[in-house]
Design a protein around this ligand. Structure first.
Ligand code: HEC
Length: 132
């Protein structure tokens, strides 16, 4: 009778493999490093410090950026989503930095009066930032 069980075990196995590959297909993997056209990570470092983003965020390489109000902003190029909602691409990240509440009205992240150039520079830095 044992031989009768085998096909169903194999079927279950196949179903499991199928389900996990389907699941993987739903979660976009980041296999590229986003580049912010016209963004300068060095200027971004200065801007992140000047606008005191670190009051609310942990950001590697930025002095005093130890805030816990918002999520830590490290390894940002590996994130699939901005704020867990929007595809993480350079345009979306720049928009978010300029005016997060216009994208997510209930967010606790404030709109900060930064120029588009400054937001691009900060985004460029965040995409390059790594945990030390
Ligand atoms: C008053 C606190 C506060 C300040 C200041 C602040 N943020 Fe935020 N930020 C937040 C919070 C809270 C969130 C989470 C928002 C959400 O998920 O809706 C957030 C989210 C983010 C995200 C998305 C994080 C993720 O997990 O995808 C980025 C990027 C970001 N902030 C960048 C910045 C930058 C750059 C500055 C400075 C120009 C800044 N923040 C200043 C509170 C702040």
């Amino acid at each position: 009778m044992a031989w009768q069980l085998r096909p169903s075990v194999e079927l279950a196995h196949a179903a499991l493999i199928l389900t996990s590959s389907m699941l993987a297909a739903c979660i976009p993997e980041r296999d590229y490093e986003p580049r912010v056209i016209g963004g300068d990570p060095d200027r971004g470092r200065t801007a992140l410090a000047r606008y005191e983003c670190g009051v609310c965020h942990v950001i590697p390489g930025i002095p005093d950026a130890v805030g816990r109000v918002g999520p830590a902003l490290a390894d940002y190029s590996h994130r699939s989503y901005v704020a867990g909602k929007f595809p993480n691409d350079p345009e979306t990240l720049v928009r978010w930095i300029i005016d997060a509440p216009s994208m997510a009205p209930l967010t606790a992240m404030p709109a900060i009066a930064v120029t588009e150039q400054e937001a691009k520079d900060m985004a460029a830095y965040l995409y390059e930032s790594r945990w030390p």
